[in-house]
Design a protein around this ligand. Structure first.
Ligand code: SF4
Length: 408
């Protein structure tokens, strides 16, 4: 039915059990949460506080920090205190591998200060110790009333489980591919670990699952399967997504498809930053992914055409950039003063071909004159032509009109 295709909306969100992470609800019908992770040494309290604060300011609603040794575990409560003093109430998640059970036992203030513990079931311990060490973290979570994320990652997948499934697969008359078995091992690792945590006594409302892989098709397959087999809240993320546009495209492609299918309660876009690059970029990309798909609104959207041979001057690109930058600078004030401003759509278009049409679809839009066109720029407000700007100050005049529109 072609009409059904045209009308296709996102599938309803899959029903999951909500998990409170500090003051943030994940799953249970809550809006999809944006989260991120620091890349500072947590033992470096100044650097960690600064980065957590920057990520929170950029819009990260949960921030994960590495807790890999005694020094970092000892720093966690100090980081929390400093953030509280700065008025940054973002929940902190401790990322534990190998010795998390020991660090949590030896540093009760760390266990208390964290809002969630991330456990990697693939490296929580070895052989017979595995369940005991996993269990120790779960028991700590129960004692402190904290949730956990059971975070499977195929770079550190439980090798015993994988070997067992591979062996069983080889016995089949028609064995499945190694890739299919690996996907199954990832899903099973998450599900079996969640089952064990629940047997120990952790409620389902305290467990979030993730199963991260680095290939787009694998991520889609794994999460579709996971979502069919459990109603645990799900954290989505493509691991080792990569640098620059590759990481952004791969994360958006994979998570966009899953979100469209109603799968995913919280997302992280894992980008490899440039050395000394801006860590908050991943938060911006996650927000833009959710906003462009229509799931959440964070910032007014500026629609701009790509430009072509009809726009040989750079006037319209410069204006689009100025409007975008005005928005970023003013949003902290606008958000307080004008609730709902994040739903605003502004269009900045390069010529008469699509300019007036696109501008009419926006709340406020301008169609700048293309090469050879009359030097006049009609402005559309709420779908109707408002004024035509002329002269050397078109850009500044439009900036004022946008600010006035927001105020009104
Ligand atoms: Fe080119 Fe005009 Fe289309 Fe912009 S709106 S891409 S300037 S034809």
């Amino acid at each position: 039915d072609p009409a059904a295709t045209i009308d296709a909306d996102p599938a309803p969100r899959r029903s999951t059990v909500g998990v409170g992470v500090g003051n943030i609800m994940v799953g249970g019908g809550a809006p999809v949460v944006v989260q991120s992770m620091t890349n500072t040494d947590t033992a470096d309290i100044d650097a960690t506080v600064a980065q957590v604060a920057a990520l929170a300011k950029a819009g990260s609603e949960i921030v994960r920090i590495t807790v890999d040794r005694d020094e970092s575990a000892a720093a966690v409560p100090k980081v929390r205190e400093r953030l509280d003093r700065l008025g940054v109430d973002v929940p902190l998640v401790g990322d534990f591998h190998y010795i998390g059970h020991k660090l949590l036992a030896d540093h009760p203030a760390c266990a208390e200060a964290l809002a969630k513990y991330r456990i990697n079931p693939g490296n929580v311990g070895f052989k017979d110790k595995k369940d005991r060490q996993f269990g120790a973290i779960v028991e700590t979570a129960i004692r402190y009333g904290k949730p956990v994320r059971i975070g499977v990652n195929w770079g550190s997948l439980d090798q015993e489980l994988l070997t067992r499934l591979m062996d069983a697969n080889n016995e089949l008359p028609q064995p499945r591919s190694a890739r299919a078995v690996t996907r199954e091992a990832i899903v099973q690792s998450a599900l079996l670990s969640a089952e064990l945590a629940e047997e120990i006594g952790l409620g389902r409302d305290r467990i979030i699952l993730s199963a991260k892989v680095s290939q787009v098709q694998d991520l889609i397959a794994v999460y579709r399967d996971l979502s069919r087999r459990t109603n645990h809240a799900l954290h989505l993320g493509l691991t080792e997504a990569g640098m620059g546009s590759k990481g952004i495209v791969a994360s958006s492609a994979a998570m966009g498809i899953l979100l469209q299918e109603g799968i995913g309660d919280t997302i992280r876009v894992s980008l490899t930053p440039e050395p000394n690059g801006d860590r908050t970029r991943e938060v911006q990309v996650a927000q833009e992914l959710l906003q462009t798909m229509g799931f959440r609104q964070f910032l007014p959207v500026v629609a701009a055409c790509p430009g072509c041979g009809r726009t040989t001057s750079t006037v319209f690109q410069e204006l689009a950039q100025k409007i975008q930058s005005d928005i970023r600078i003013n949003m902290p004030i606008w958000r307080e003063k004008y609730p709902g401003v994040e739903a605003l759509n502004v269009a900045v278009m390069g010529c008469i071909v699509n300019g007036p049409g696109e501008s009419k679809h926006a709340d406020i839009g301008i169609s700048l004159p293309g090469t050879g066109e009359t030097p006049a720029a009609p402005v559309f407000v709420d779908g109707k032509k408002s004024v035509t700007l002329r002269g050397p100050d078109i850009a500044a005049d439009f900036q004022v009109m946008v600010a006035d529109y927001i105020e009104r």
